[in-house]
Write a protein that binds this ligand. Sequence first.
Ligand code: HXC
Length: 262
Amino acid sequence: MESLQGRAYLVTGGGTGIGAATALRLAEQGASVAVLGRRPEPLAKVVAAIEELGGTALACPADVRDPVAVESCVDAVVERFGRIDGLVSNAAGNFVTPAERLSPNGWRAVVDIVLNGSWNCTSAVARRLIEAERPGAIVSVVATYAWTGHPGTVHSAAAKAGVVAMSKTLAAEWARYGIRLNCIAPGPTSTDGAGAALWASDSDKARVLASVPSGRFATPDEVGDLAAFLLSDRAAYVTGTVLTADGGQSLGQQIYGPPITA
Ligand code: HXC
């Protein structure tokens, strides 16, 4: 199904993991896709993969923390594709640390990437949509610990909670322009980045898997599919929501009674 035919989207963190899979999925559904990230090499690979599919793609090497660079990237998207229809704000930075050992710079780096970076990209894309009097959609990738909290992630959880609040606020404010904003909260997803940062050893991996009632990690393609759905007109009446896709990880774990096992 080519539900995004003729449209153009920007995907941040689009060189690897969930961002790369999302970029490919949007291209498969007929969209032109620009991928933004700090490292040019992974971006070039994603552009080549999309072109191999017969799609159109553009690499924007930039840091989401730099509003001027983000603005230039959005300019380049409009120049190359003649339009922009929305954004998948996926770029993230994360490391697990006891909060009392987190340095001011560590806090700032993660909040800058996740919260300020999301705002930089969201506001740049939305301003372009408003100027062009064109409807659009923005999807931000967050995590369930934005509202449950989770030890070791204070910087990321606080920043992603900010992204959820930002999206809900703008969903209400910019509905009058036909701009929809939604979030996806994926559970643990099988990407190299998440694996290295969050489950580097076999025992860590087994512990994470045991926390997921569905018994497996998400695939990046599954998350990309949800982003494509939320961007498409099939979700035309969906705004200000968070779509949780975590295999049940954020649901309660059994505490009472004898353990229920297979
Ligand atoms: C403690 C650390 C640290 C660590 C960095 N810092 N890594 N502190 N433990 N493991 C501190 C540094 O010491 C420094 O503080 C400050 O953070 C900034 O570090 P830099 O490396 O100078 O910053 P920068 O190059 O901007 O890197 C940003 C980053 C980095 C966030 C620190 O990890 C990054 O860019 N990551 C991008 C990729 C990524 O994280 N992917 C995983 C996403 S997975 P001082 O005080 O020393 O100067 C994800 C999924 C979550 O988010 C959801 C799961 C369900």
